[in-house]
Design a protein around this ligand. Structure first.
Ligand SMILES: Nc1ncnc2c1ncn2[C@@H]1O[C@H](COP(=O)(O)OP(=O)(O)OP(=O)(O)O)[C@@H](O)[C@H]1O
Ligand SMILES: [Mg+2]
Length: 397
């Protein structure tokens, strides 16, 4: 029997997925009303998994072109990625017909490696940056016209979208997109997902940016606790025919703040143990042990992630984790707690925001990742003590 809690990769369509009905219906509506949406969150909140669900659900109803910019850093690779993705569109003869003009734009051809098949073949050599942008613009324009002409919804999905700023720092890709998107009518929509929230927000909210007032931001937040609880219990019941006590599941989800990755990691391990030994499913010692493992693992991860931050930035992050949400970081009381001056706080807040370690909310500044908040709050507690603390927490239920 397969473990239903997948945690080392995005969840595919058809695999156990905590429903996110609200997000799915919002994004689905966007697809059918020619919207441009930016799906932003910190890492491991489930953006890619959510897109997979949407892609599966939309199925035949929509033409989908999906591109992932995780490891694309050069303009030429970016354009090639688009070109290759065209080959995946289903009514190929039709799109090829529309693309004829674009392909005739191809500058010189050279013998190159086709990364998708590993074969050597003739590929266009994009002689200059200008060629690349022209080529890209024409591909995009063809897609938009294709959708409008066929009267068939077309959905362009770009994951790790913030990388376009690295590929073209002056925003040329974004401006090219803007001009073409302005031509669309009712069948072409797009989703730009990414994990560098602050950069993405800047790309859509800054009044000098190409996407200003053109793209709606939608946040992928932690899972609602009730939904997550139902998901966990159902997964256990459907696979092992028994489930842990709801109160325990609820407590765990509260502690991790509905973090989807942490939820699946924890329950993946509990499921594994419980599939071998029936009795441990509600054993507070096992729950304590697994949560301790999770916290230690994440402690190491966040230490590495934050190693580039100055000591003062780490101090401020810690204070926000402990006292947050912080509505007035310059108040005498807060400055006294941190031992930092107002000017240091001002500078470090910017750094923490830029690196997505904290987030501004209507209640004040908060640590962006609920798991990081947990780890920081427990930072002074040694491992053996952690386990006892968690065991006690779960025994009281
Ligand atoms: N709806 C969900 N139900 C259950 N688990 C989920 C859900 N969404 C995400 N997860 C868990 O979170 C993990 C991370 O998901 P995913 O890779 O989709 O996040 P992401 O936001 O795309 O991350 P990154 O920013 O690192 O690309 C998954 O492996 C899975 O364990
Ligand atoms: Mg992802």
């Amino acid at each position: 029997m397969e473990n239903p809690f997948i945690y080392q990769r995005p969840i595919r369509y058809g695999e156990p997925f905590c429903n996110r009905e609200k997000e799915i219906s919002y994004l689905e509506n966007g697809v059918f009303s020619a919207e441009l949406v930016c799906l932003a969150s910190i890492r491991r909140m489930g953006k890619t998994s959510l897109i997979n669900q949407l892609e599966g659900r939309l199925g035949e109803k929509v033409e989908i072109l999906r591109i992932d910019l995780s490891d694309v850093f050069k303009l030429e690779d970016f354009v090639r990625l688009f070109e290759r993705a065209l080959g995946r569109i289903s009514p190929q003869e039709k799109i090829l017909h529309h693309l004829k003009k674009v392909l005739s734009l191809r500058p010189e051809l050279e013998l190159g490696l086709d990364v998708s098949t590993g074969d050597l073949k003739l590929v266009p050599r994009l002689v200059s940056e200008k060629d690349s942008y022209t080529f890209f613009r024409e591909i995009l324009r063809t897609l938009v016209r294709f959708a409008e002409k066929e009267k068939r919804p077309f959905w362009l999905v770009i994951d790790e979208f913030q990388n376009v700023r690295r590929i073209s720092p002056k925003g040329e890709i974004e401006w090219t997109m803007r001009r073409v998107f302005e031509e669309r009518k009712s069948f072409f929509s797009a989703l730009f997902a990414g994990s560098e929230r602050s950069l993405l927000l800047q790309m859509v909210n800054d009044d000098r940016a190409a996407f200003y007032r053109m793209v709606t931001v939608y946040e992928c937040d932690p899972l609602p606790l009730k939904e997550a609880e139902d998901f966990v219990v159902t997964c256990f019941k459907e696979t092992l025919k028994r489930a842990p006590k709801r109160e325990l599941v609820r407590k765990l989800l509260e502690i991790i703040g509905g973090h989807p990755y942490a939820m699946n990691l924890f329950f993946h391990r509990l499921w594994r143990e419980a599939s071998l030994k029936k009795k441990i499913i509600n054993d507070p010692r096992i729950w304590g042990e697994l949560l301790e493992e999770l916290v230690i693992l994440e402690r190491k991860r966040f230490e590495d992630l934050n190693s580039f931050l100055s000591l003062k930035a780490r101090e401020l992050l810690k204070a926000i984790a402990i006292y947050g949400p912080v509505s007035d970081p310059y108040s005498a009381a807060f400055l006294q707690k941190t031992g930092l001056t107002a000017s240091t706080v001002q500078k470090t807040l910017k750094t923490l925001l830029r690196h997505n370690r904290i987030r501004e909310t209507p209640q004040g500044y908060q640590v962006a990742d609920p798991l990081e908040k947990l780890v920081i709050r427990l930072s002074g507690v040694p491992p053996e003590e952690l386990r006892r603390l968690f065991e006690r927490t779960f025994s009281e239920i």
